[in-house]
Design a protein around this ligand. Structure first.
Ligand code: HEC
Length: 279
């Protein structure tokens, strides 16, 4: 909001500046540069505020099997609180190789206003109301449909692996990527509990070395990593369901243009072959 106000002030300022003379105009353009450079650094500032932990690199997997497993984890463990309601169950089923019936049977756990199972053509919502979530967690769990775009897959992958035991927090969990997060460690039964291990870098900063297991979960560390890999691949899919189709169409368009270029060159040669060259 503040930024918006500044921009509005700037644009009114600019027009008055232009009419009141060069000197005011100049000072305003200094302001303009300041605001523009502020806009340029803001996204980074947002990430910096998300904690200083280093992010692990992650490449999403776009196979039906991986996305099916990721979607199942999402419906079982995330949808209780989060929605993803820019996407419909039926479209998801089609994209990850399931029939509508398989979708309804295995992944639709919510009910509609009449208390009946949510229809397959509905958006992927959550049964928890925003008001209830706000009282329970202090902050409403955000819609996760586009979170892979806003946070990036490296952030998501590292975030899901960075919950740790912290008795001082209301829900007993904290996160090195998102300090003092309002979300509990919902996958604790799978991952178990960990605590972070830090070392002092000699200049008074605590640097994260890694995590040490406190209690075991149902999965081994490798199995947990692959569950998170599928889950984040699914979130990546949700953020851009058309990517595969777009890329393959793009390649076809490039091939067509190349073919067209070859035809155009041949045609040009044909047209010009009878025109005498003067020099
Ligand atoms: C018990 C409710 C609950 C469940 C279940 C839950 N979350 Fe959350 N989640 C929250 C709350 C509350 C926040 C907001 C935290 C904050 O901003 O402090 C949140 C925030 C997030 C964020 C950060 C979004 C952002 O950009 O700030 C991500 C990512 C996320 N959750 C992913 C997941 C995934 C993936 C699952 C399933 C494995 C899941 N959540 C399950 C409550 C939940």
């Amino acid at each position: 909001m503040k930024l918006l106000k500044n921009v509005i002030r700037l644009s009114t300022g600019l027009s008055t500046g232009l009419s009141t003379g060069l000197s005011t105009g100049l000072s305003i353009s200094v302001k303009a540069v300041a605001v523009i450079s502020l806009m340029a650094v803001l996204p980074q500032a947002g990430y910096a505020a998300g904690g200083g932990a280093e992010l692990e690199h992650f490449s999403p997997v776009r196979t039906d099997r991986a996305l099916q497993r990721g979607a199942r984890t999402f419906m079982n463990y995330c949808q209780g609180c989060h929605t993803a309601d820019y996407q419909r169950y039926s479209r998801l089923a089609e994209d990850i190789g399931l029939s509508d019936a398989e979708m309804l049977e295995n992944m639709v756990f919510t009910t509609d206003a009449n208390g009946e199972q949510t229809k397959v053509g509905s958006l992927i919502g959550s049964n928890m109301s925003k008001e209830y979530a706000k009282t329970a967690f202090g902050v409403a769990p955000p819609n996760l449909a586009l979170v892979s775009r806003s946070r990036g897959v490296d952030w998501l992958y590292t975030y899901m692996k960075s919950f740790y035991l912290d008795e001082s927090r209301p829900l007993g969990a904290n996160n090195t990527v998102y300090p003092n997060v309002g979300m509990p460690h919902v996958l604790a039964d799978l991952q178990g509990w960990y605590k972070p291990v830090y070392h002092d870098d000699g200049e008074g900063h605590q640097v994260l070395d890694g995590f040490q297991q406190v209690t075991a979960g149902k999965l081994t560390a490798d199995e947990y990593n692959s569950t998170i890999s599928d889950l984040v691949s699914f979130l990546d899919y949700l953020g851009d369901p058309n990517r595969e189709a777009r890329h393959s169409l793009g390649i076809k368009v490039m091939l067509f243009l190349l073919l067209f270029l070859a035809l155009a060159i041949l045609l040009k040669k044909e047209y010009w072959k009878d025109v005498p060259h003067n020099n």
